[in-house]
Design a protein around this ligand. Structure first.
Ligand code: G4P
Length: 533
């Protein structure tokens, strides 16, 4: 009972966006509205975002795990009375892309997509969206930066529908065009909330609920226009449909400005009202593990602390069933070994705190998780064993050949790349003949290479040289297709550590040609292949 009622209160989601659309700002404002932050501006140093990779890594060293994935937890009660515990999973802060961003989504039950209203859908939004669609994850949309000139509301809705194939259903509607933002009408009950500015949104925006007559008198033309648009929306039947939202078939949309806090409270209220609590997770055999079954969870991220003084490794797990208690001995599914959870931590901003217990939907960081890899399952040995499906690896878009500079350090190099592969820092692809002599490192963002070479040199003592390859796009293939592909020019077939095969092509055009001329070859798309970022 205890586990079920605690699980029911959890809302576990992430905010996704193209860099600069306002993810960090919105995260801060959620904390502000959740009472978890006295004054915004403290979530994390913004420096991390734009810094060059090397500076970024120094920051990372200084702060340990703080810059990348943190899970922020705070209790929240919505105005409609939903009493819950929010787990806001933060996707990595650096503007360059990495697989971590995708993996965080595997641990979420929903996502909030932040769009810059002047820009609409941008390349990284599209890629992240693909992951949400793949997982049929419910998605809410926040049109941000409405305090400054931007695009037309209807045009933005249209773009979401066209590019994502997902109808955006406005829950709130702005009064005043972008740049002259007065407030929002809540389409569910017709109430109009007017906002007042505060300097940089350090406090919650003062709100005033105003009745329609007064609004018409005071807002004038802006009000009349909003009314016309609202009538139009009702006519086309663009109403919130919870079922469609849960199935990732429509996205409830909100207008606001994270910077000035306009619309943030309404968004957070609706997020906790609509985002589903954790549900039974399906294991590798397709069985649903009930929420109240004994403890189980899976690792969605492993982070090696690059601080040499404490070279620990933290595995972040998402609790899927049961109650987690610090100190419990769990079974590490892949090795069958016992794992002591004495050093369990939760992360709040830059703080690492010991966590005593956790419930489905929560995230726990396990320190000293030496053998643990992304995708591994941990479970309570007193209950039935369980294995959750692996987290898919994502379509790499950058491919570099790695060679150790000093061949005397080959052993260290080999150990290093195996380790980085396990942690998922980069994907390591090997030629069947060359093996570890010249593996190809594959990544979804260039930062991953810099992190890899930095760590190979500083952590493993194996300075590494990377050289460009001519490959641009990858497909999953199989043993039967390999010989034919290997004979073609402009194609390579390489293997991952788990034995799976990837075919690399020099251009999307070349891939297309190979596909159309050889329909019998197996060439599967990988997850989240989007526009190049
Ligand atoms: P990100 O995490 O998605 O990369 O974006 P972030 O929140 O850091 O926001 C990027 C920039 O956009 C920041 O400005 C931020 O202040 C601004 N911003 C966020 N929300 C709004 C909004 O609602 N309205 C307006 N006008 N601006 C917004 P910056 O100049 O890059 O940083 P800073 O100097 O303000 O810290």
């Amino acid at each position: 009972m205890d586990v079920l009622s605690e699980a029911r209160r959890r809302r576990t989601f992430a905010i996704i966006s193209h860099p600069d659309a306002g993810k960090t700002t919105l995260t801060e404002k959620f904390l502000l509205y959740g009472g978890a932050l006295v004054g915004a501006g403290a979530v994390k140093a913004r420096d991390g975002r734009r810094a060059a990779a090397s500076d970024w890594m120094e920051l990372e060293q200084k702060r340990g795990i703080s810059i990348t994935s943190t899970a922020l937890q705070f209790p929240y009660r919505s105005t409609s009375g939903t009493d819950c515990v929010v787990n806001l999973l933060d996707t990595p802060g650096h503007r360059d892309f990495s697989e971590d961003t995708y993996r965080v989504l595997a641990a979420c039950d929903a996502a909030v997509m932040v769009l810059d209203s002047a820009k609409g859908i941008e390349p990284q939004t599209l890629k992240l969206f693909e992951v949400c669609r793949e997982r049929r994850m419910p998605l809410l949309t926040f049109f941000n930066k409405w305090d400054r000139p931007g695009r037309d509301t209807l045009e933005l809705l249209d773009e979401v529908e066209k590019l994502l194939g997902l109808p955006a259903v406005p829950v709130t509607w702005p009064v005043g065009i972008a740049g002259d933002f007065r407030g929002v009408v809540d389409r569910r009950d017709g109430t109009y909330t007017r906002y007042l500015r505060v300097a940089r949104g350090a406090q919650m925006a003062p709100e005033e609920i105003i009745d329609p007559d007064r609004a018409a008198a005071e807002e004038g033309k802006a009000w009349d226009e909003a009314q016309d648009e609202l009538a139009l929306l009702s006519e086309v039947g663009a109403d919130l449909d919870t079922k469609a939202f849960l199935a990732n078939e429509s996205t409830p949309a909100f207008f606001g400005s994270a910077l000035t806090n306009f619309g943030v409270g309404k968004l957070l209220d609706t997020v906790v009202d609509l985002v589903p609590p954790p549900d039974a997770r399906v294991d590798i055999d397709g069985e649903r593990r009930p929420i109240d079954a004994p403890f189980s969870g899976f690792v969605f991220k492993v982070q090696a602390n690059m601080d040499k003084a404490h070279r620990d490794r933290i595995a972040f797990i998402r609790v899927c069933s049961g109650r987690f208690e610090r100190g419990m001995i769990v079974t590490h599914g892949r090795t069958g070994k016992p794992f002591n959870t004495k050093y369990a931590a939760s992360m709040f901003g830059q703080e690492r705190e010991t966590v005593e217990e956790a419930y489905p939907g929560d995230v726990v960081g396990l320190v000293n998780a030496t053998d643990v890899r992304v995708g591994d399952t941990l479970f309570d040995p007193n209950g039935p064993p369980v294995e959750y499906p692996p987290i898919p690896s994502f379509a790499p878009e950058f491919f570099m050949t790695a060679r150790v500079k000093d061949t005397g350090r080959f052993k260290q190099f080999r150990r290093g790349i195996a380790q980085l592969d396990e942690e998922g820092v980069v994907q390591v692809l090997r030629d069947a003949d060359l093996g570890d002599q010249a593996p190809v490192l594959a990544a979804v963002g260039r930062l991953q290479f810099e992190v890899a070479t930095y760590r190979l040199e500083h952590e493993f003592g194996a300075a590494t040289e990377l050289s460009q390859t001519s490959y641009r796009v990858a497909r999953r293939t199989d043993e039967a297709s390999e010989p034919a592909l290997r004979r073609m020019r402009g194609v390579a077939v390489l293997r991952r550590a788990d034995g799976s095969r990837l075919a690399l092509f020099e251009s999307p055009y070349w891939l297309e040609r190979v596909e159309s001329e050889n329909p019998e070859l197996r060439l599967d798309r990988l997850v989240a292949e989007g526009m190049a970022g």
